[in-house]
Structure formats: structure tokens, C-alpha cells
Design a protein around this ligand. Sequence first.
Ligand code: ATP
Length: 217
Amino acid sequence: MTENFAVIGLGRFGASVAKALYEMGYEVMAVDKDPYRVQDFSQIVTHVVEADSTDENALRALGINNFDIVVVAIGEDIQSSIMTTLILQEIGVKRVVVKAKNDLHGKVLYKIGAEKVVYPERDMGLRVVHNLISPNILDYIELAEDYSIIEISAGDYFDGKSLEQLDVRSLFGCNVMAIKSGKRINIAPMANDVIHKGDVLVVIGHNDDLLRLEKRN
Ligand code: ATP
């Protein structure tokens, strides 16, 4: 089981990852080269260290290879982000998650061995756009290039109909994964479960099909 994490770079993204992990009970070492950031973080995670992650010896001295997952959250300085990721590979860190600024940056990171690349600004931008275009779309998660999961507030089209009657799977090629009604969540919806206006449906599908469903709602 994953138990300890290191987070390198305490900008907005890195800081929120480090805090959230610590609050969930994990051991977190936070690293930043900026002494002011380090000072701000002194009470927030298990350890906070001032170090430049492009310095291999500094990372070795921190025992970074003892951490199960290292998150590299340096966004602006692409060169430092790439060098840090490379050094972590050299040192033998098994699982490295890196924040990328753009697609090209992300491709390089995968090539040099990052396990996962995240694009927080792009993903949040997409979520906001979906919500603006269709206020019924409450949330949006991109799964792959063309596939997503959306949370959609049921409108008139769904009201009073069972999943069997709606037949979302054959009409729209999408799958209803869960139905939220107030505080209750049905995570294994059955064909005869009836949906009411205002229920929230969690739907997975191809983006084109999800869009057709959104329009119908
Ligand atoms: P965000 O949008 O999440 O606020 P960002 O993408 O703008 O952040 P940066 O501001 O470039 O990211 O960097 C985040 C943090 O990483 C900063 O606090 C910076 O001091 C730190 N940082 C940058 N380079 C290094 C490095 N080589 N070693 C350690 N920390 C670094």
C-alpha cells in the first residue's frame, strides 16, 4: 500500500496536493527551492525541505528513493520539471507523477519515464467550459481523448422514466453508472430504477454521444 509521498514544487497545485495527502493521513515530504514557500509550509505537512530538485545530490541526500510516489509540481520552468523527472528516474524512484504545462511537455515526461502526467489547468478549463455550455452538466472528467464521464442533472426528458424506458445504452451508446437522488447514491442502477427531474446521473460514454444526450435533456 502507498504510504508516503514527496511533493516537489509548492505552487498552488503542489501545495494543494501536499495538503490533501497529509490531511488524508499520509506521510508527506514537501520540497521547494524557495525559502519563503518552505517557511509557509512548515506546519502543514510531515517534513518540508528547501532544496533544488535539479541537484541530484540534494535529492539523494533527502532519501527521495524511499518514497512510494513522488509528485513533481513544477509547471512554469519546463526545463527544471524535465530534469527533476529524469533525475528521479536515475535515482530509481518507481512512481513519478508530473504536472505538465502543455502536450509537448507531457510527451517528453512520458518518454523519460513518468508514470502519469497531469494537466490541471487544461482539465479545469474543460470542466468550466462544459458547465458554461450546458448548465445541466455539473461535472466532467476526461477519461481518454474521446471518452468522458459527466454528471448531468436530469431534465424533462428523463423525468418519471425507468432506465429500461430511456434505453440510454442503445439510443445514445452511453452507460448510466450511478444515480444520485438528494443524499442517496445508487451505484448499481437497475433497468427498473426510475429517474426524477433533478436527480444527478453519472454517465460514461464517447464525447459525441454524451453531447447528443446533453442536447436531448
Ligand atoms: P501553480 O500554477 O501550481 O501555482 P506553477 O505551475 O506556476 O504553479 P511554478 O510557479 O513554476 O509552478 O513552480 C511551483 C513551485 O515550484 C514554486 O514554488 C517554485 O519555487 C518551485 N520550484 C521551481 N523549480 C524548482 C526546483 N528546481 N526545485 C525545487 N522547487 C522548484
